[in-house]
Write a protein that binds this ligand. Sequence first.
Ligand SMILES: [Mn+2]
Length: 345
Amino acid sequence: MTTANLNLNKNFDEKDLIRASEVLKAHKIWYIFTHKKSDGDAMGSASALFESGVNLGKSVKWFSPDKTLPEVYKFLPHSNEFIFCEEFIDETVEGLLYVFLDCSNEVRSVSGFDVNKNINALNIDHHEDNSLFGRVNCVDGLASSTCEMLFRIFMADNWEITQNIAESLYTGIFTDTGGFAFSNTSAKTHMAASKLIELGVKPDKISDFINQNKTPQDFLIWARVMSRVKIFGEGNIFAISVIYAKDFEETGAELNGTEGLSSMLMTIRGVKLISTITQYPSGEIRLSIRSREGSPIGAGELARIFGGGGHERAAGATVKFPIEDAVNELEKIILNKYHECVNPD
Ligand SMILES: [Mn+2]
């Protein structure tokens, strides 16, 4: 383990797992909160904890700041029982515990959570920059996912993990690791997955629920984007493509039907940085940028040129240039930046 890893893990102690379990068991009402733009980990962890609570005879409610949750995760138990809620509900009821799942800070979920009030909240998460806003925090920045954290809590204190719970936990681990492909995939992650499979998870079934999820219309828009891919730069290290507003209209694809396209471009051999330019029907033009190790330009670095932002390897920006010339424009900007980087004078 590197020093950097140790630093990032400073907020976690193995005893936190038991403590989280005890806090959960000690309360008879659980209000679960997840973050905006729900993903597989938020939904998987909420679903798993909801099911566990029901099995333990708790009164459980799940609050989400999203009006609707992604269709793809509707196979998860209790995914239709969430309550849409934008504002924190500060209730003083005996036995009530607030549980925040997968939220790096209180703002990621509903508004109005006052950290100064020492609210009886349990914060279970895996984001290294978690602000530790709960009264009790169980946060390991080295865990792949909140579902992996929940799994470890359950195992640490011998909770029953039923088939339903196992499937929910596996879903969050699978999605947050990109199918065990991202660098957050650890030996512990695989051990968790292994145990969950022992408990009845069928990996092919979960993978199909999550991945075999494109509509024929989505596929038509992918075909268009693929046909427009431009690969360039010395050693063909850059790839870009474009989606026009009319593509959505003409193919009937949903706005989120293009999800995964950026990852697809990253599979081109030798490519170090990619970007997809999307013109949404609203007229907004968004860049999605990805880079990998060895790229002369980081994704975040490129995004910042356009006033956007994000991580070193994945970032985004809204741009103003005319869509008709977007590909050429972006190619020019990337090449300019590249020459700046390789010839710093
Ligand atoms: Mn997560």
